[in-house]
Write a protein that binds this ligand. Structure first.
Ligand SMILES: Cc1cc2nc3c(=O)[nH]c(=O)nc-3n(C[C@H](O)[C@H](O)[C@H](O)COP(=O)(O)O)c2cc1C
Length: 162
């Protein structure tokens, strides 16, 4: 890609608003998770979702190992969680000895508005990322409220309940 095209690509993507999720999994029974906005639904029948995660990252390795993951959809009040789960220092992400789990045993982030529990359907390397395709086994609304948004490298919330 030409340099100006790459720069414009970045600018265009920054101007595309998304929700914010924390994708969680388990590695040797330890909770693992990272902030991800490359989340999308793929199909309703069967219920499939996808998320693109940096190859070799802790979260990618844990999903490949456990073959399960949860997509926690963050509420407008969870900017701090979104930042914490994107910080390269992953030690502070989970309280040391306790974490809440879904019915699949995978961590649930308290305060999220919804959680999708998934089993790994497929994993496809795409450049320096891996596309994890998950089949939703349980979908739960956890809390009323607006979602956290990400736009122009800022966390935002909707001006009011639409
Ligand atoms: C708003 C936001 C969205 C992000 N989305 C993704 C994503 O979709 N995929 C990804 O690999 N990293 C994404 N990141 C970066 C990860 O959160 C970050 O690399 C994190 O440290 C991953 O944790 P891990 O290396 O322990 O797995 C995002 C960061 C932020 C702030």
């Amino acid at each position: 890609m030409q340099e100006n095209t790459e720069q414009t690509f970045r600018e265009v993507m920054r101007g595309y608003p998304t929700g914010v999720t924390i994708v969680t999994s388990l590695s040797e029974a330890k909770p693992v998770g990272g902030t991800m906005n490359s989340f999308t639904s793929v199909s309703m029948t069967p219920p499939l979702v996808a998320v693109f995660i940096t190859a070799g990252s802790n979260t990618a390795q844990a999903i490949a190992e456990s073959r399960k993951f949860n997509v926690n959809i963050l509420s407008a009040s969870q900017e701090e969680d979104a930042r914490k789960f994107a910080d390269p220092d992953s030690a502070m992400r989970f309280a040391q000895d306790h974490f809440e789990s879904g019915s699949n045993g995978i961590p649930v982030i308290p305060g999220s508005i919804a959680c999708l529990e998934c089993t790994l359907e497929d994993q496809i390397p795409v450049a320096d990322h891996i596309m994890f395709l998950g089949k939703v086994t349980t979908a739960s609304h956890l809390k009323e409220g607006n979602p956290l948004l990400y736009y122009r490298r800022k966390f935002l919330e909707l001006p009011s309940d639409p």
